[in-house]
Structure formats: C-alpha cells, structure tokens
Design a protein around this ligand. Sequence first.
Ligand code: B12
Ligand code: SF4
Ligand code: SF4
Length: 298
Amino acid sequence: MKRKLIKSNYPFGIIEYQKYLEYIGQKGPKKYKEMKSLIVFIYPFSNTKIKGKYLPAKFAYGKDYHKEVKSLIEEAIKDLKLTNYEIKVDVSSLKEKTCAYLAGLGLIGSNSLLINEKYGSYLAIGIVITDQEFNEYDEPIEDDYCKDCNRCIKACPNQALSDNSLDKGKCLSYLNQSKSTDYPLFDKMKYLYGCDICQDVCPYNKIEDYGLASFLIDDEAYLDLSELRSLSEEEYLKKYQDKTFSWIGYLPMVRNLLVLKVNNKDITLEELKYFQEKHKVEKWFYNHIEYLKEKLDE
Ligand code: B12
Ligand code: SF4
Ligand code: SF4
C-alpha cells in the first residue's frame, strides 16, 4: 500500500504494529491480533493563552478533539480504501505518545508529552490501526530536545514531574478530571479543566498559533457561576455536549469553578453554601466544599 494515498495537511507517520509491541516490551498482540500497521496523525491545538481566570486548558478551548480528530482522519485515509481498521483518539490502550515517537513525529519531553519540532506539544494524537501493510515505514528521531532545560519540572505547582515521568495522583489535570478527595492538591489549580502550566513554560510552544479553526476558543469555553446555578444538569449536558470537558459531567465542573473562585478569593460564603446544600448527597463534593469554606475563611 502506498503512503502517498494519505492526504493530510499535518504530519503523520507509519509504524509496524509488531515493532511498537516489541518497543513497549510486549511479546505479541493481546488485542488487534490481525493488525499490521499504525498510522499516527498529529493535529495542533491553539497555543494562544487567552486572558481570563476561569478558562479551561487549551485542548478544551474549542470543539471536542476526540470527535474532530476522528473525522479529520477518516477524510485523510479515504483513498486508502481500508477494509479492516479502527480509528483511536485518546481512549485506546495504545500508548499514543510512544506511537507518535516511533513514527518520527517528535520526542517525549520532560513534561511527559510528545513535542513536535514545528508544532510544539499543544497537539492531539490520533491513530489508525489496520491490517494493511505499507511499502515504507517511519523511524524515530534521534535527538534530545530538553537538554538541561527543566522549566516544566520547576513550574509544576504540585511537583508531579520528574524527568520523563508523571505522578498522575499529583497532576492537576488528573485531579480536576476526577472526583478526587485530595482537596489540598487543588490549592494551586489555575485552569478550569485540565492544566497547561508545564506546557506554557516550554520554549517549543513559543511559536505561531497553528491551531485548527475548530480548536480555537469559542463561547462555550466560558462558564460562569450564575449560569451553572440556573442550568439543570440536563440543560448543562445538552449545551456543552460538543466540548472536550463534557465527559466529566456537571458536578465536577461546578467543583472546578468553585475551587478556582476560592483560589482567587472571588466568591462569597453564601454562594459556596448554596452549591453545598444543593448537592449534599455527593459526599466527595460536600466535603470538598467544606474544605473550601475553611480556605475562604483563612
Ligand atoms: C491517562 C491520560 C492522562 C492522565 C494521566 C497521564 C499519565 N501519564 O499517567 C492525565 C489526566 C493526568 C492526563 C493529562 C494530560 N493529558 Co493525557 N492522556 C492520557 C491517555 C489516555 C493515556 C496515557 C497513559 O497513562 N498511558 C499509560 C502510560 C504508562 O503510558 P504513557 O503515558 O504513554 O507513557 C509512556 C511514554 O511516555 C514512555 N516514555 C516516557 N519517556 C519516554 C521517552 C521516550 C524517548 C520514549 C520513546 C518514550 C517515553 O514511557 C511511558 C510508559 O510506558 C493518553 C492517550 C493514550 N491512549 O495514550 C492521553 C494523552 C497522553 N494526553 C494528552 C494530553 C493533551 C494531556 C494534557 C496536556 C491535557 C491538559 N492540558 O490538561 C495533560 C498533560 C499532563 C502531562 N504533563 O502529561 C495527549 C498528549 C499529547 C502530547 N503532546 O503528547 C494524549 C496522547 C491524548 C491524545 N490523543 O492527544 N492524561
Ligand atoms: S499538567 Fe499541571 S499539574 Fe500536571 S504535570 Fe503539568 S504543570 Fe504539573
Ligand atoms: S520545558 Fe524544557 S524540559 Fe520541559 S519539555 Fe519543554 S524543553 Fe523539555
């Protein structure tokens, strides 16, 4: 199969599935037994930090990247006329950063993310897994982008990074996408959803904005307390269904906004009590508000 049939305006690379399995130390396929190749795509998010205290990280500025990337890939591989394939974006068991590295699309930095020489690290990875073999495969880049920079490691407010590994339990991006009860770890949260602190400081992201139009900031990236107060859970989910953050649901987003409001001392005790009372059956939420009330009082 010829790779020139793939039409993409952004970089892509192809690797043998078997080589990926060997690289990650797996003897043979546990899943996708008949598959032969992985076609790995990257698509840039916006890297422009919009001023505002209550905005999500940049990967959630625009439309849900899971859906967007899937349809871009569907279009890019149309001419290959594949019969046995699946498109994976974020939710597969494949180690997507490692796939992108092996496909020559960049290197994994100390922030634990794939950095592409042109597009930096603000990007989404999408993968086609197929039984099709190709006439040519890509090789990884041999270089070291980070050297002794360490800016991301120093900037992480929760010390979640050390060299190439991430302590997920300390990472604000994990905390604010879950119903975590490690309340003090939210004290230095800066983003309404996800976290970009370790990418904001990276020199590879100080580039022009290549973000896809559908990933640029839109009105639904702005959430405010009075709106969350007036919308029912159902109405909220309907309004924000095309956003990357919709999957975590209503209450975790309310929690995130309340945390940021308290971190910025920009809320009253009465407002906190209102939400606490309204959702008192959710213990993880109730107790977090208890913690926030004390913090506001400090
Ligand atoms: C779970 C998950 C998270 C979790 C936990 C991540 C973790 N490492 O534990 C949380 C919620 C914290 C998270 C946060 C984010 N995530 Co995330 N996440 C994932 C997901 C679904 C799985 C990652 C995972 O845990 N894999 C298991 C671990 C063991 O493997 P791994 O992470 O691939 O790590 C391996 C490699 O890094 C490799 N490795 C380490 N060093 C080196 C060096 C070299 C040279 C090589 C080759 C390999 C290598 O070894 C590791 C172990 O095998 C992937 C999608 C996917 N299916 O891969 C997206 C993914 C990694 N996330 C992504 C994004 C965008 C983010 C955020 C930037 C979002 C945000 N703004 O908040 C943050 C960044 C946080 C950070 N600094 O890493 C993108 C990454 C894009 C990029 N440029 O790399 C991915 C690929 C989703 C996508 N399809 O675009 N994420
Ligand atoms: S995403 Fe935020 S909390 Fe997670 S490692 Fe980066 S700076 Fe630290
Ligand atoms: S901030 Fe520096 S150390 Fe961290 S990923 Fe970027 S270049 Fe590497």
